[in-house]
Write a new protein. Structure first.
Length: 477
């Protein structure tokens, strides 16, 4: 059945099916014709470009985040938005948005978890709405009054401004649910918080081509602002009203901390658990009555055990890759799985989305560690060679150590003696540490592409994810 729209344009009916419910919307055939014409004249690479496909969502991302992290203190508000306003690559939210679009191409008949939102807490506690309306529903702004939630006076509410939200109809037409868009905002908030903390820990002076948060505001303020961002991210995820996604987001935060500790105290290279700071500082002994059990993923070499050079290097690599997962890939992998959960996808699809994020994240970190040796600070947007200055052995160094066992002593003392960094740089160049790191990154890139093709149907958004995955390997910043 046809209907006449504004200015006489004919509107056609487009059906969107979710479970047993049929949702209908109307779209101008004139607009459809324009879309088709644009695709005919636009280069294919533009159609695959990730930014092109989610440009509207990325454009509204900053405004959405600012509405979630506003504070009554002007300096805190300025600092929490410091990295968010500067843009950056927006890689993580872009992946969430593109993944959401790609997942929307899976027919509703091939999803078995759409009911997941039906068991959570909707706006209406009486559950008067049908399952599909809960599925399409937007996140709530907050469950409690703001003067209680944030301890502020109602008349000076920093969050009082209206959000420039995209309409529900636009979300459906673009295949991105409001909750998935909120997830993208939360992911960027967590990432920005981790940057604030990392720059304090690494004594960084610049980030994204401008003074780092700790340099511009002080260490104390940067740490507190990072904490504030994490707490607001945790509050925001409750508005999605999905227990599985909330658990994933919370786990991302603890993963970041554990990954940082793995870097601060590398138990694969320094198994002495009674000291830190290269053995220069003793730590209090653990009470026998409160001995903590470590997770099974802990990778280290037992004290007093003689092991071969090959085993040492292999153990150090396993440790390094797991640290890379926790610090970088966990946020990407868990957010991809979260987007799939919100789409109602089957378990096999959830697993592939998670594995895609994990493999892409590790690939990203390998390239990042490679660029630390090959790109200048000006091009990178942050200090180059920072890992060596901090005594951190990344993949290029570990590959050189594999071929040159004498490097082990230098690595174990974290390049702390004069001339150590120069010797490491010579070894990395001599034994092609950078080239081998790129080859390993390519392997993870290929795994990520395979994950995409396993579960996601062919579409422009999947092609854009493939485009983005390939671009990670060739990036320069």
């Amino acid at each position: 059945m046809l209907k006449t729209g504004v200015k006489g344009f004919v509107l056609k009916r487009v059906k969107i099916c979710v479970k047993n419910d049929v949702r209908c919307r109307y779209r101008s055939t004139f607009g459809t014709a324009l879309d088709a014409a644009a695709k005919m004249v636009m280069p294919k690479v533009m159609l695959e470009n990730p930014i092109y496909l989610v440009a509207n969502e990325i454009q509204s991302l900053t405004k959405g985040i600012i509405s979630l992290v506003g504070s009554g203190h002007p300096v805190l508000s300025r600092l929490t938005n410091y990295y968010i306003e500067s843009g950056g690559k927006r890689l993580r939210p872009m992946i969430v948005l593109l993944m959401s679009k790609a997942l929307s191409e899976i027919p509703a008949s091939e999803r078995d978890r759409i009911k997941v939102d039906y068991s959570d807490i909707p706006d209406d506690p009486v559950y008067s709405r049908n399952p599909s309306s809960i599925f399409f529903g937007a996140p709530v702004n907050n469950f409690n009054p703001l003067h209680i939630l944030h301890g502020i006076k109602p008349l000076v509410n920093p969050l009082a401004g209206e959000r420039d939200l995209l309409s529900e109809d636009f979300d459906r037409g673009n295949g991105i649910l409001p909750k998935q868009r909120r997830l993208a905002e939360i992911v960027e908030m967590i990432h920005a918080a981790s940057l604030l903390h990392d720059d304090v820990l690494d004594h960084s002076t610049s980030r994204r081509g401008k003074p780092s948060g700790n340099s511009a505001f002080t260490n104390k303020m940067a740490v507190l602002a990072g904490d504030f961002l994490l707490s607001r991210a945790n509050s925001a995820v409750t508005s999605i009203r999905n227990h599985e996604v909330s658990e994933l987001v919370s786990a991302c935060i603890s993963n970041l901390v554990e990954g940082e500790f793995m870097q601060l105290k590398n138990t694969a290279l320094d198994p002495d658990l009674t000291t830190i700071n290269n053995g220069t500082q003793e730590i209090p002994l653990e009470p026998k009555s409160a001995t903590a059990l470590c997770h099974q993923y802990r990778v280290d070499i037992p004290q007093g055990l003689e092991v071969s050079h090959e085993v040492q290097v292999e153990t150090a690599f396993n440790y390094y890759l797991h640290k890379s997962y926790l610090k970088t890939a966990a946020l990407i992998s868990k957010s991809c799985r979260g987007a799939a959960i919100l789409a109602g996808s089957k378990e096999a699809v959830l697993d592939d989305c998670y594995s895609f994020g994990k493999n892409l994240g590790i690939c990203f970190q390998l390239v990042d560690d490679m660029l630390d040796f090959t790109v200048s600070s000006a091009e990178l947007g942050k200090p180059a060679g920072a890992d060596l200055e901090l005594g951190i052995a990344t993949a290029p160094v570990l590959f050189a150590w594999k071929e040159y066992p004498a490097l082990g002593t230098i690595i174990q003392r974290n390049f702390s003696q004069p001339g150590d960094i120069e010797r490491v740089l010579e070894a990395v160049e001599k034994y092609d540490g950078v080239t081998k790191t790129k080859e390993l990154a390519r392997e993870y890139r290929d795994k990520a592409l395979k994950n995409l093709r396993n579960s996601l149907p062919e579409s422009d958004s999947r092609s854009a994810l493939e485009f983005l995955t390939n671009s990670v390997l060739t990036r320069r910043k």
